[in-house]
Write a protein that binds this ligand. Sequence first.
Ligand SMILES: N[C@@H](CCC(=O)N[C@@H](CS)C(=O)NCC(=O)O)C(=O)O
Ligand SMILES: [Fe+2]
Length: 357
Amino acid sequence: MLVFRQLFDPTSSTYTYLLGDRATAEAVLIDPVFEQVRRDAALITELGLKLLWTLETHVHADHVTGAWLLKNRLGSRIAVSEAAGVAGADWFLQDGERVKFGKRSLEVRSTPGHTNGCVTYVLDDESMAFTGDCVLIRGSGRTDFQQGDARALYRSVRSRIFSLPETCLLYPAHDYRGLTVTSVAEEKQHNPRLGGEAGEADYVGYMKNLDLPHPKKIDEAVPANLRCGQPGNAASFAADPEWAPLRFTFGGVWEVEPHWLEENLASVRVIDVREPDEFSGPLGHIRGAVLVPLGELAQRAKELSRDKPIVAVCRAGSRSAHATAILQKAGFADVANLPGGMLRWRGEGRGVEGGAL
Ligand SMILES: N[C@@H](CCC(=O)N[C@@H](CS)C(=O)NCC(=O)O)C(=O)O
Ligand SMILES: [Fe+2]
């Protein structure tokens, strides 16, 4: 079974695609975004996948790739087309090569035009293709910088993408209107630049007159992407919190393990966000926990001292997850949730004050 996820970076309107083979748990990630690496790594872990490769469709001009950071975090390797001219990749892909993940694979098709190193990745059964900034939904990538060449892009689309089965779904690297997917048949018929009877000269004329402003981050993004996203200085990304061995979830919450909390109670403040009758009820509460019901937390956040990191606790771990968001909004930097809450805490036989045996 194929695992497939389309992920979005709202700042650059970039799509990142996760493809995995359920049977072997091997996965690849196409076009990761630097600022979304924590999210993507959390999803890969939660789905029980092993990331073998990050794949680039091209050297992006509008955002920095997450390839280097993912290699550091998850041990994935970096694949990018040879023609992209980057340094530091583990595999310099050639046209026609296949990137395998479990029993599945992607074929590399060189589709220059937006840049001369652009590639499209085609799934083994030709049911899906990842077109980067070659074909966009009812559009195409621009051809006015980074070796852009409208004639080359037209030929790439006509010979290498529109030649795929009509039912093949096309997934672009960007969409600026929130559209998510298209197909070969649709674009052949309805793409206003490249479809229907539009010839090469028509396309060239169209692209000459696009008149788009340069991407805002181009001066930072291109040099960084030519190094596979390795930051120029170490301070350019938010480091993970170090006060505890925390886990970041795809839901966006930092979590602390119960066993760590039990051994380190003195170094944190435990805020219990249940109702008073639950706090004094049969599940008991963690020694030293301060009761602040969730409904009062936003208002009472200023009462809480900031001298230690905060761990939020509730019955099952869901209200307290929301509590971490409320506390972060109130300016607390070091906050984590206790997953599973008091139910798991008691289930693991950990110590409480009060409560029934
Ligand atoms: N406003 C965006 C511009 C993004 C942009 O130029 N995107 C390129 C892809 S890297 C493109 O081909 N855009 C096509 C279009 O906007 O129609 C930014 O500043 O990042
Ligand atoms: Fe691009």
